[in-house]
Design a protein around this ligand. Structure first.
Ligand code: PLP
Length: 391
């Protein structure tokens, strides 16, 4: 099985974890030998309601019985997609009311960049250093890591970078800038929160110079930080909000939401300003709608903050220097990268799934499902601290 996996399925690392998955339910993934793994990663923040949440599965199954793909995006009225976009609008402040549904986070980022350029008629995009917005050509262009970008040159031009949380850097946003795109909480960089009203200062500067302020909520969004959208914690509001991952409850989705007036610029001159065949797919939209209802109709968001406290209380250890992030988007920063590496690998042996962050080698990713129980949290934290005791 492993040989086939390594031969037939494209690899992105020399040594993939290669767990052979049998099934997954709630906070656990089971391998083919019947071993249970407590999931502290949730498919990299995607399985917001844990694995195979009954409400999500039922919604998808109901839709499977009605119709699957019927037409390219935006031509026919599909109830699940329409209901989903209405519900997203209901939970966003005005004028964020019109959503374009796509198939992944990076595609939603691409759409948001196109929309900003189209709407402003400008070209410059400003992104943050150490940011991650996805891996297609446009999203990759936003990254400032030369060694990761260079093999794929030439990427899209007119991208400039500022340091996240740097206030004087905000002055580089000018009348030439089409958009500033930031993660609300920087993910790959090590779960760095914005400080000192940084995001609202960027928003103000964007307003002053007529640039579009885009917030990437693909990871912090959909309840993970205790609010439906991470930016609600930071006294600001973007012109375009980009979501993905947790919105699908385990199925692939991306979305970007803007004002109706801005979004309308994709439908004319040229028309079909952004095209997708499967975006807004009815089965995916039904699952996302169920996910969004479950998160907004229950106490899961408030509980995310209580669970954060529980994790902070139970993850005290001399080798943990800091716990960054908010709600259930947390990164435990150990004293060195080798320790982090060993903890992630040993934890899997001991039935706990952990993972790394892209650019911060000392970080242990802790992004469990919002539905994880307090007992499961304590159990997972005990596994981590007992491994750390051995160093
Ligand atoms: C902040 C952020 N933006 C964009 C993406 C890209 O999303 P996707 O992998 O669905 O394309 C990710 C994925 O990790 C992300 O964390």
């Amino acid at each position: 099985m492993q040989d086939d996996f390594l031969k037939y399925q494209a690899q992105t690392t020399p040594h993939p974890l290669a767990m052979e998955v049998s099934h997954a339910k709630g906070s656990y993934i089971y391998d083919k030998k019947g071993k249970a793994y407590l999931d502290f990663v949730a498919g990299v923040s995607a399985c917001s309601l844990g694995h195979s949440h009954p409400r999500v599965v039922e919604a998808a199954k109901d839709q499977l019985d009605k119709y699957l793909h019927v037409m390219v995006y935006g031509e026919y009225i599909l109830d699940p997609a329409l209901e989903l976009t209405k519900l997203i609008a209901k939970h966003l402040p005005e004028p964020l009311e019109t959503t374009y549904l796509v198939n992944s986070g990076t595609e939603a980022i691409e759409g948001s960049l196109k929309l900003a350029r189209r709407y402003t008629g400008r070209t410059e995009i400003i992104a943050a250093k150490n940011s991650y917005h996805g891996n297609t050509m446009g999203s990759l262009s936003l990254m400032d890591y030369e060694e990761r970008k260079k093999p794929f040159y030439p990427l899209i031009p007119d991208i400039n970078h500022i340091s996240f949380n740097c206030e004087y850097c905000i002055n580089t946003i000018t009348e030439n800038t089409a958009a500033v795109i930031l993660e609300t909480i920087q993910g790959g960089a090590g779960f760095i929160e914005p400080h000192n009203d940084y995001l609202s200062k960027v928003q103000k500067r964007c307003n002053d110079v007529g640039a579009i302020f885009i917030l990437d909520e693909i990871q912090p969004g959909i309840g993970r930080t205790g609010k439906l959208f991470g930016f609600e914690n930071y006294n600001c509001q973007p012109d375009i909000v980009v979501t993905g991952k947790g919105l699908g409850g385990g199925l692939p989705i991306g979305a970007f939401t803007a004002s109706k007036a801005m979004m309308d610029s994709l439908k004319d001159n040229p028309k079909l300003g952004h095209i997708t065949t499967f975006g807004g797919n009815p089965v995916i939209a039904a699952a996302a709608l169920a996910t969004l209802k479950e998160i907004t109709e229950t106490d899961l968001m408030a509980e995310a903050l209580e669970k954060e406290e529980l994790i902070r209380t139970h993850l005290k250890h001399q080798h943990i220097k800091e716990i960054r992030g908010k709600g259930l988007m947390l990164a435990a920063i150990t004293s060195d990268a080798e320790i982090t590496n060993k903890v992630v690998l040993k934890a899997q042996d001991q039935g706990l799934i952990l993972f790394w962050l892209l650019f911060e080698p000392k970080a242990i990713r802790i992004t469990p499902p919002l539905t994880i129980s307090n007992e499961e949290i304590i159990k997972g934290c005990q596994i981590i601290t007992s491994i750390l005791d051995s160093f």
